[in-house]
Design a protein around this ligand. Structure first.
Ligand code: GDP
Length: 442
């Protein structure tokens, strides 16, 4: 049983893409288990770069298999567009990219509903990525969703009419049902042909791989504080981004998960609306945004920036069972004189180290700060912990102590090699050795 989860410990955009890319050579397959094309990794390929939204970046390594699990919602055209872009760069996907027949179809209908709702919400908008993810999950839970496997159902026509009628009604979509049905029917013709090589029972596939001793990397999108159950509800995504869902969203047993790597940015960012206790509204926030290039991969939106929140990080460690922390973007803080870190919350005069579930309480929180000295030296590209300035090492140690997990990887720049690997998992999962000795027999 050899599964490892990589997930975000904040509100997403922690730099999971780089960490997954770094450690994926030690795994046979990379599996996504929730969300849809609202995720985003910028991938550099030679002198070109493009954003992957659905397919894990592991696809760029020729020996790595990639799986989109049953917990996902998949927009067929977005998926096919990514495949086309990859193929145009010479990256072949045949025989190593698989999508669950149980994953739900995300339709243009859902995109239209998402956009219309956000526009109608005014000040209360969630700040979704307008990709239709929420409405697609609503249809799933309302049991009116269509799944990828349905495309080959003998009763596809019946399903199409019945499910779409319920979706249009329940989602309150301002569309003409007959047109939606006709459009979906004609697109389904194309999808059936083009998706056929990819759609299968990934549950069976993954369990076969586990039985054969393959190592699986489960890649979460978004972050813990955006999880629909454990995040800052209702300003959350529509799926579970936490570690537990890696099992449910891919069909492997929870006992297959042996390690959880929590990716934590050295400061905090958030896209969209919702409470953000350590947010900076001044020039310090602006500096971080510029230096950290904090603009969304999927939407291009400027991200809200703030100091590190150790209450949130500890909460994420506990909810996910984080066994190792990958600390990213340490170099972005290089020029800061003094770094305030939130070590507790004060709520109505009472100090707490818990994250309140009540959104109003969260909005009222005042951070208790501990101010630590900055290092004011260039750490970009460093690869040895001992070479970090003493103040930067203390910053790392403070995080370990307050969050309660070891920092085994420290990212000091966007490139793969700009990483400090420390003890334990960090070193183990980044060894250059092939994932499984018997990989050839995959
Ligand atoms: P993800 O969705 O969690 O992968 O996060 P993003 O796509 O927003 O990735 C963060 C961005 O920061 C990407 O453009 C990375 O290339 C870049 N990045 C990742 N790690 C580091 C780092 O340690 N330092 C700097 N300066 N940039 C980094």
């Amino acid at each position: 049983m050899t599964g490892t989860v990589v997930l975000g410990m904040q509100w997403g955009d922690e730099g999971k893409g780089k960490i997954v890319d770094l450690i994926s050579p030690s795994f046979d397959a990379v599996v996504r288990y929730q969300g849809g094309h609202n995720a985003g990794h910028t991938v550099r390929f030679g002198d070109r770069h493009f954003a992957l939204h659905l397919i894990p970046s592991g696809i760029l390594r020729p020996d790595t298999r990639c799986v989109l699990g049953n917990g996902m919602v998949v927009h067929p055209q977005a998926f096919l567009d990514e495949i086309d872009r990859l193929e145009s760069l010479g990256v072949s996907t045949g025989g190593r990219l698989f999508v669950s027949e149980r994953a739900h179809l995300l339709l243009d209908l859902h995109v239209a509903v998402d956009i219309a709702r956000e526009n109608a919400m005014g000040d209360f908008k969630i700040g979704t990525t307008s990709r239709g993810i929420g409405p697609a999950y609503e249809a799933k839970v309302a049991r009116s969703g269509l799944r990828l496997g349905d495309l080959w159902s003998a009763d596809f026509e019946g399903l199409l009419e019945e499910r779409l009628a319920r979706q249009v009604r329940d989602l309150g979509a301002a569309v003409d049902l007959a047109t939606v049905v006709a459009e979906t029917r004609s697109r389904a013709e194309v999808w059936r042909t083009r998706l056929r090589p990819y759609v299968c029972s990934t549950t069976e596939l993954l369990n076969d791989w586990l039985d054969a001793g393959r190592r699986l990397l489960f890649e979460s999108a978004q972050g813990t504080l955006l999880d629909v159950d454990h995040g800052t509800y209702p300003f959350v995504t529509s799926s579970n981004a936490t570690a537990g869902y890696a099992a449910t969203g891919s069909g492997v047993p929870p006992t297959a998960i042996e390690g959880v790597v929590g990716v934590l940015k050295a400061y905090t960012t958030r896209v969209g609306s919702g409470p953000f206790p350590t947010e900076l509204m001044d020039s310090a926030g602006e500096k971080i945004r510029k230096r950290g290039n904090e603009f969304g991969t999927t939407t291009g939106r400027p991200r809200r920036c703030g100091w590190l929140d150790l209450v949130g990080a500890r909460y994420a460690r506990r909810v996910n069972g984080v066994s190792a922390i990958a600390l990213t973007k340490l170099d972005v803080l290089d020029s800061v004189d003094e770094i305030p870190v939130c070590v507790a919350y004060r709520l109505d005069g009472v100090v707490t180290r818990d994250l309140p579930s009540d959104i109003d309480a969260l909005a009222r929180i005042e951070p208790e700060w501990e101010v630590v000295p900055g290092w004011r030296r260039d750490t970009a590209g460093l690869v040895e912990f001992a070479d970090l300035p003493a103040a930067a090492r203390s910053y790392v140690e403070l995080i370990e102590e307050r969050v309660g997990a070891p920092v085994t990887m420290i990212s000091t720049g966007p490139r793969r090699e700009e990483t400090i690997l420390r003890r334990g998992l960090g070193a183990a999962v980044t060894s250059a050795a092939p994932a499984s000795e018997t990989r050839d027999a995959f």
